[in-house]
Structure formats: structure tokens, C-alpha cells
Design a protein around this ligand. Structure first.
Ligand code: MV4
Length: 498
């Protein structure tokens, strides 16, 4: 077993991993940027090392600096958390070369899943159902028209290097296709430095349901059940739950077995998530695989009783999975709210600043994974996630009422948070009846169905965000985005200044 683990991350996920280390008797090492000197992960870790300036490229995304800290601290493993370097194949390989174990999949498995067309070809070879469409980038407008004719409109154009909806275009008819292809290609080139765009049949009003898997380094792979993640805003998840109200035992087994085949097709090890789109008839299609521990992992932990971070560390140290598929059972229901420092009454404008008062909820069926404390100043430089509030109960209704009670007792002063948004969602009849799809939140918020129309307020918010960013330095990526400026800031800019 490892003796010392460096956590190459910050905020609530760094604290989450530090807690697992303490439980396992492993020393934990925090790393921090200038604006994180007094952050909770630094306080909670056994040791802490300075990385560099706030800009993520100088700190949490800087491979050389992180490896230098690992060497100086004498860490034998690195946990990347989510976001930052967690899905960076170069980093995983650099760790391996330095003799430090990367707690996650291999660089090769990351690369297989990193290209969406590459992943689709791997699924084709393995006989796994994916959304009908092309297996390679589109070479011409003529080719896109031909494939669209074959699969039928509406179609979706997507960037092969994409994720998070960038470079994605919904096309309803042939007349729109050429312009959409040009737009998708130039957006993909700008965002990812790769203009490869492919085409899929569009699934109308899909649900986003994902399956957690674990693979050890001895060839064992298990699935741990699904998470319903359809409640999103601008491709950022807001509320997640386990299990999904529409998945019965038979569907769970079929989805789980396919997720295991996906993992095997990529020689996948450690924790991973297989994403599916589910249509109104409950047909499900492989979408992509996330090669990291996800933000929403706690809902799976609560319903399975497993500790995913313990298991990640066990697997990375060469251990065998301590159970088999037939031993995995779920019980009850868990719902997670992503508490963010943003103002839901003002276009979700970021709300950094000092937390002058904080009384966090607790009590029956409540888990609060937080990276904040009273007196701490929330920096503008990174993703605005403050904490995750998770309600657990014997059924969906009890999880909901516990969460409502906890939200009502959550007391935070000095900054704005999106807590009122969760109160609105949890009392909404469609949420309570689990009538969910990926358009749910935009309907609730009364906006147009994506992309959002620009408005004066959004423009002001976007300009102010840009000014903050310019004053304070560059930002960090949100989960899963291998670019070095903040996703959410860019989204605000793009949407507000369109
Ligand atoms: C789709 C789709 C409908 N049909 N693909 C959005 C982000 C990217 N990861 C995949 N996305 C979608 N792909 C086909 N063929 C609808 C979405 C989508 C979506 C997916 C998951 C969660 C939220 C979403 C919001 C809008 C669109």
C-alpha cells in the first residue's frame, strides 16, 4: 500500500481524497496556488507545498511543478481528483515514467476515450450500441448531407475532441446543414485546436444517464449502478441522483453489462463512468466515457455503501477488487446538489468573496462534501463549486424532503449561492414526478431551449466576469475540460457577448 499520496487538486474533491487517505493510514500532501494558501485542503492535509501563481497553467495544470512537489514530498502516488490534469494522458504517462503511481486509468485508456470518433470506432469493433452516425470526421459538406439522409433528421454535429457541448450543432433539415458544419468546425478548431466534426442522429429530449464502473489491474470489471444526470444548465450538471426513476433492474443489468464491455474494450482500469443518452422509449446509446472520478460519485457511494476513493487507491496499489458483481447491491435513494458561488437571480454571475458566516446543514441522511469554511475567501480564479449537499433516504421522496430541510438550514453570508435554485427544483411537480430530460432546467427557468438568447443582464454579467478575470489572472478548467481557462467564464462570455 502507498505511504504518501499527493493530491493534485483543490477544493472539495481534494478534501474528499485527504479524508480517504486518513482513513487508510496514508499520509496526504496538498499542493496550493497563491490564492489557495488558506484553503481547506491545505489545512486538512498532513503536508502542503506551494505550486505557483493562481493561473492554473502555473499551478494545478503544471505537470513539471506537480511532479517536482511529488518528488520533494516523497509521495509514491498522485490522485488527480476531477478537472485539471485528471484526464491528461501526458500527465498519467509522466507519472509512470517518474515512478509515481497515477491513481486512475492508463494514458492509453484515456486516449482511446479522448477522441469521440476513436471511441465510436472502438465501440463498433466491440459491438456496443452507439448513436447512429459517422465513425470518422466529415470530409465535406456533401458527405455530411449523404450521412444525414441515411440516418434521418434531426441530426447533431459534434467535435471529435469536444465535450461540454462546444462545437455541437443541432440540425433540423438539409438546408441548415452546410452552415452548421462550417460553424461547428470553426468552433471546434478555436476551442480544441482540432476541427474534426462528426455527425450523429439527434436524440430528441434525451435523458443523460451514466453508469459507474470499476476495473482492477487483474482483469475484473464491475458496474455499480447508474446516476440520473439530466438536470443540467449549459452542459454543467446541477442535480444528480441514484438510482434513476426510469431504470428498472432489467435495464440496469443491460446498461451495466454494456458499460463493462465498454471498459474492457479500452483495457480500462480504476474508476470510470460510461455515459448514455436514453430516449423516450428507454432505448439507450453509448455517448462517451469519462476517465476519472466524477463530481457526483457520492450518490453512488450512498446507495451502494462503497467508498469509491478507497477502492481507487486499493486498485492503483495493485489490489484486487474485494467483491464481485453479484455482491453489489443498492439500497435507498440519494440526490446531490452542487452548491456554487453564483447568483441565480442574476444570470448565474459568479459571486466570489469572503464567507462571513457559514452554518452548514447536518442531521439524518445528509452528507456535505465542502471545500469552504467561515472566514475563507472564495477566489474568482477557479470553478465556482463550493460544496456538494447530498440527501439520502429510504426512497426518492425521503431523500427529497431531507434535502429540502437541509437546504432550509444552510446559512451562508458574504457571497451569493445557487441554493434558491435547488429549493425551486425540489418543489417542482415535474422534478417530484421524475419527469426529467436534458431540457428540464431550461424549461423550469423559462428560457429558450438552448442556446440561450442573449440579454442585457447577461451581457453585463459577462463583461463583469471578463473584467474580474483580467484583474485576477487566468482561470482553471471545469471538470473534464483539458483547456486552461475557466469553462464557466468562457460560457458566460460567449453567451453574453454573442
Ligand atoms: C446529443 C444530444 C442529442 N442527440 N447527441 C451535449 C454534451 C455532449 N456531451 C453530448 N450532448 C448531447 N448529445 C445526440 N445524438 C443531446 C445532448 C445534450 C445533452 C446531453 C447530456 C446532458 C445535457 C445535454 C444538454 C443538451 C444537449
Amino acid at each position: 500500500m502507498f505511504k504518501k499520496i499527493l493530491i493534485a487538486n483543490r477544493g472539495e474533491i481534494a478534501v474528499r481524497v485527504i479524508r480517504a487517505c486518513r482513513e487508510l493510514g496514508i499520509r496526504s500532501v496538498a499542493a496550493y496556488s497563491d490564492v489557495d494558501r488558506a484553503s481547506l485542503h491545505v489545512i486538512k492535509a498532513d503536508e502542503a507545498y506551494y505550486l505557483g501563481p493562481a493561473a492554473a497553467t502555473e499551478s494545478y495544470l503544471n505537470i513539471a511543478r506537480i511532479l517536482d512537489v511529488a518528488r520533494r514530498a516523497g509521495a509514491d502516488a498522485i490522485h488527480p481528483g476531477y478537472g485539471f490534469l485528471s484526464e491528461n494522458a501526458k500527465f498519467a504517462r509522466a507519472c509512470a515514467r517518474t515512478g509515481i503511481k497515477f491513481i486512475g486509468p492508463t494514458g492509453d485508456a484515456m486516449e482511446t476515450m479522448g477522441s469521440k470518433t476513436g471511441a465510436r470506432r472502438a465501440m463498433e469493433r466491440a459491438g456496443i450500441p452507439f448513436v447512429p452516425g459517422s465513425l470518422r470526421g466529415l470530409a465535406s459538406a456533401e458527405e455530411s448531407e449523404k450521412v444525414a439522409e441515411q440516418i434521418g433528421y434531426p441530426v447533431m454535429l459534434k467535435a471529435a475532441s469536444g465535450g461540454g457541448g462546444k462545437g455541437m450543432r443541432l440540425v433540423h433539415e438539409r438546408a441548415e446543414l452546410r452552415a452548421a458544419l462550417e460553424g461547428a468546425k470553426s468552433e471546434a478548431a478555436r476551442s480544441f485546436g482540432d476541427d474534426e466534426v462528426y455527425i450523429e442522429k439527434a436524440i430528441v429530449r434525451p435523458r443523460h444517464i451514466e453508469m459507474q464502473i470499476l476495473g482492477d489491474e487483474h482483469g475484473h470489471v464491475v458496474y455499480l449502478g447508474e446516476r440520473e444526470c439530466s438536470i443540467q444548465r449549459r452542459h454543467q450538471k446541477v442535480v444528480e441522483e441514484a438510482p434513476s426513476a426510469i431504470v428498472d433492474d432489467d435495464m440496469r443489468r443491460r446498461m451495466g453489462e454494456i458499460a463493462v464491455r465498454v471498459a474492457r474494450a479500452a483495457n480500462y482500469t480504476n474508476a470510470g463512468t460510461v455515459e448514455f443518452l436514453v430516449d423516450a422509449e428507454k432505448n439507450f446509446y453509448f455517448l462517451e466515457m469519462n476517465t476519472r472520478l466524477q463530481v457526483e460519485h457520492p450518490v453512488t457511494e450512498l446507495v451502494t455503501g462503497l467508498d469509491l476513493v478507497h477502492l481507487q487507491i486499493l486498485i492503483a496499489s495493485g489490489g484486487e477488487l474485494p467483491f464481485q458483481q453479484e455482491h453489489v447491491t443498492t439500497r435507498g435513494h440519494a440526490i446531490e446538489c452542487r452548491i456554487c458561488a453564483e447568483d441565480p437571480d442574476n444570470h448565474f454571475f459568479p459571486s466570489p468573496g469572503k464567507i462571513t458566516m457559514l452554518v452548514a446543514p447536518a442531521g439524518p441522511g445528509i452528507r456535505h462534501d465542502s471545500g469552504s469554511y467561515e472566514g475563507w475567501t472564495v477566489p474568482i480564479d477557479y470553478d465556482p463549486l463550493l460544496a456538494k449537499l447530498i440527501g439520502y433516504g429510504s426512497d426518492r421522496n425521503q431523500a427529497t424532503t431531507r434535502l429540502q430541510r437541509a437546504l432550509a438550514e444552510y446559512f451562508i453570508c458574504g457571497i451569493k449561492t445557487n441554493i434558491p435554485l435547488f429549493q425551486r427544483i425540489l418543489r417542482d411537480p415535474d422534478f417530484q414526478a421524475a419527469r426529467l430530460d436534458t431540457g428540464y432546467l431550461e424549461r423550469l427557468l423559462g428560457g429558450p431551449s438552448e442556446p440561450q438568447a442573449s440579454s442585457e443582464g447577461a451581457k453585463v454579467a459577462a463583461i463583469a466576469t471578463a473584467l474580474f478575470a483580467a484583474m485576477e489572472g487566468a482561470g482553471a478548467p471545469a471538470e473534464a475540460t483539458p483547456v486552461n481557462s475557466a469553462n464557466w467564464k468562457r460560457a458566460a462570455l460567449r453567451d453574453g457577448l454573442r
